[in-house]
Design a protein around this ligand. Structure first.
Ligand code: FAD
Length: 470
């Protein structure tokens, strides 16, 4: 049996389904091949379940503070079963919604493992290995002039450390939250590691966070790393930078973690969160010569590989491994295939978001990046949210840092604090429109809001601070 489409998309995560929805919107016939569940890592093992649990963690953090506001409540007890049901309700609801959306756009969703036989031809085998994805035992062959690879990524394992899902965990295991560890070592201070460190601390675990680089969130501005490290120390999270994992052994009762500085830590569980690798093996891509040494797909700024009609989006590319980057890349690929003339994704302007407590978010250039590009022709302003009324009311603090060119053009924005991942949208807009700090400062922001912190920072950057000290 062979089916012909305008586009076959391999992988139904954010990159794949965004490509499919956009292409269908352009009137193209689309098949979306998914080996597991549409929604991908983001919906089932990433963004959504982790943010649902972090919301529970955030609520747990507020309970001990309630007495300060005159609200008497008992000390929080965390019921992981109920918290897990909440997480699953959110995921299931979104999964059903996505299925309905794909159907409403007449996208053919084919369940099964897809493999490129040759450019333009994909073979699909269903999950139990007996056929074509619809259970009838036949191999299904799909043909299309355009194949889009969106097979995502998987956690990287460390040599000699074998996750067992019980004591030594990957992020997929940790998200199941079958119990709250009494003590835990998180290996890796990138976004995923700091989110889990934050989550477990809020739920009552003793947390040690190891990061081999000299700071947490090494992709963020160094001042954001500093602010987060300070905040984590206050929360009782043991942050150990410039420290890697030398080894780990688990027994039924504990994990003994050996650190690169010769120490050992004995804990209940350990999470390995040292990054993700592109899921590109076994898809037929090796033969096409489109893979880099690290397994990423090599493509141009529009997602096109060196093979005619072969495209890639999302975590298989060496761009930022974020769902919204994958959405954006999917839109560009679908638009080009449809004959439009889109701009490529400007990766510098993809917001970077980490939902720990306090949240960290940024867009555009960090200060060191700006200095490298523009030398001393930049101006840097930091507004502490301690001076923001809404932050004070809500018990949060943090900072907004703006990096501007000498003429005031915004080059980058960096926020640490409550709702940073929401607030970054405004700085994304301003930075991508190359707004001047003075223009952002001239926009009236509602009072009292956290977003006033952005305006205050912009006013200070423009040389006319309002509540900031001069
Ligand atoms: P994926 O989402 O990985 O989807 C790939 C899909 O392809 C999967 O469904 C897989 O089953 C399928 N597939 C693979 N091979 C085949 C094949 N041969 N045939 C058919 N199907 C196949 N990003 C954010 O932006 N915000 C966040 O808050 C955030 N939090 C995260 C938290 C965690 C714990 C993790 C692990 C990730 C998080 N991410 C977050 C990253 C985000 O999940 C990824 O960047 C995003 O899912 C990438 O989308 P994708 O479409 O490239 O790949």
């Amino acid at each position: 049996m062979s089916d012909t489409y305008d586009i076959v998309v391999l992988g139904g995560g954010p990159g794949g389904y965004a490509t499919a929805l956009r292409a269908a919107g352009h009137g193209l016939r689309v098949a979306l091949v998914e080996a597991d569940r549409v929604g991908g890592t983001c919906l089932h093992r990433g963004c959504i379940p982790s943010k649902a649990l972090l919301h529970v963690a955030h609520l747990a953090d507020t309970v001990p503070q309630l007495v300060e506001f005159g609200l008497a409540v008992a000390a929080p007890g965390v019921d992981v079963v109920t918290a897990g049901q909440f997480r699953d309700r959110v995921v299931d609801h979104l999964h059903r919604g996505l299925g309905g959306l794909l159907a409403s756009r007449s996208i053919t969703v084919i369940e099964g493992w897809g493999r490129i036989v040759e450019p333009g031809i994909v073979a699909v085998t269903d999950g139990d290995g007996d056929g074509d994805g619809d259970g009838d035992g036949e191999t299904r062959t799909l043909q299309a002039p355009h194949l889009v690879v969106a097979t995502g990524s998987a956690p990287i394992d460390l040599p000699d450390v074998t996750p067992d899902g019980e004591r030594i965990l990957r992020s997929d295991d940790a998200l199941r939250l079958e119990r709250i560890p009494q003590s835990v070592v998180v290996v890796g201070g990138g976004s995923i590691g700091v989110e889990f460190a934050s989550l477990w601390r809020s739920l009552g675990s003793e947390v040690t966070l190891l990061e081999i680089a000299d700071r947490l969130l090494p992709l963020e501005d160094p001042d954001s790393s500093k602010a987060l490290t300070r905040a984590f120390a206050k929360r009782g999270i043991g942050v150990r930078v410039s420290t890697g994992l030398a080894g780990a052994s688990s027994t039924e009762g504990e994990v003994v973690v050996e650190t690169s500085d010769g120490g050992t830590i004995t804990v209940d569980q350990m999470l390995v969160a040292v990054g993700r690798r592109p899921a590109t093996a076994g898809l037929g891509l090796e033969a096409l010569g489109v893979l880099s040494d690290r397994g990423h797909i090599v493509a141009d700024a529009f997602g096109h590989t060196s093979v005619d009609g072969l495209w890639a989006v999302g975590d298989v590319l060496p761009t930022l491994a974020l769902a919204h980057a994958a959405f954006a890349e999917g839109f560009v690929v679908a638009d080009v295939i449809a004959g439009l003339d889109p701009d490529p994704v400007e990766h510098r302007l993809v917001p970077r978001v980490t939902y720990c407590s306090p949240e960290v978010a940024s867009v555009g250039l960090t200060e060191p990046q700006a200095r490298e590009l523009h030398g001393d022709q930049i101006a840097v302003t930091t507004f502490p949210l301690a001076g923001n009324a809404r932050a004070m009311i809500e018990g949060g603090t943090g900072q907004v840092k703006l990096v501007c060119a000498k003429d005031g053009t915004l080059l980058g924005g960096h926020i640490v604090g409550p709702s940073a991942t929401e607030l970054i949208g405004e700085l994304g807009l301003a930075t991508s429109w190359e707004a001047l700090a003075a223009e952002v400062g001239a926009v009236v922001h509602a009072h009292p809001t956290l977003s006033e912190g952005l305006r205050e920072a912009a006013l200070a950057a423009a040389g006319s601070p309002f509540h900031a000290h001069t």
